[in-house]
Design a protein around this ligand. Structure first.
Ligand SMILES: CC(C)(COP(=O)(O)OP(=O)(O)OC[C@H]1O[C@@H](n2cnc3c(N)ncnc32)[C@H](O)[C@@H]1OP(=O)(O)O)[C@@H](O)C(=O)NCCC(=O)NCCS
Length: 154
């Protein structure tokens, strides 16, 4: 499997993975208003003022099984966001592979020395995944609801 830039067709597929408002919020935070048109996703997921890279994890048939973004919002750190695996593919290691590819791509295209991300504390699966990849909480930037996590890389 490998990572490649998301296409308009990919956004249609990723949109189909979001069944309701709670899932939309868990995935993309409060700024994404549900329901949304798939064609609106590229703009809705762009981070204002930041160049936002959107990538899909695909296999030989080019169909995405995972999606994520990265952008630089703090000097020296690249931020991962909107990480998601196709519902039917979860629990089989795809999320871990997706994150490893996203980290590699984010570091390759920036001069960052740290990778950051956010997750709802209630999203136990995502938090366990990020901890197992070496991310740890930055308490000063976290809230009762949201964990801000960082992994130092070089
Ligand atoms: C979070 C998500 C990306 C994980 O993807 P996945 O393919 O299911 O994860 P993997 O199979 O690679 O699992 C990797 C690790 O994640 C953790 N994990 C995944 N699902 C879990 C669950 N339901 N409960 C507890 N831990 C879980 C485990 O630590 C697991 O490691 P292990 O297999 O060694 O136990 C996926 O569940 C998803 O797309 N969720 C909806 C969108 C979302 O919440 N995105 C995160 C936004 S911050």
């Amino acid at each position: 499997m490998h990572l490649r830039a998301a296409t308009i067709a990919d956004f249609e597929i990723v949109a189909s993975w979001i069944p309701d408002a709670a899932a939309a919020r868990r995935w993309a935070g409060p700024l994404l208003v549900y329901p949304f048109a798939a064609s609106d996703l590229p703009a809705a997921l762009a981070i204002p003022g930041c160049e936002t890279a959107s990538d899909c994890l695909v296999d030989g048939d080019q169909r995405p099984s995972g999606f994520g973004q990265h952008w630089v919002s703090q000097a020296g750190a690249v931020h991962l966001g909107r990480i998601i695996v196709a519902p039917e593919a979860r629990g089989r290691g795809i999320g871990r592979l997706l994150c490893q590819h996203l980290i590699d791509a984010a570091l390759h295209s920036t001069q960052a020395t740290a990778v950051t991300l956010r997750a709802y504390r209630s999203n136990a699966g995502a938090v366990a995944l990020y901890e197992s990849l070496g991310f740890s909480e930055v308490a000063s930037e976290s809230t009762d609801e949201i964990l801000f996590m960082r992994k130092m890389v070089r």
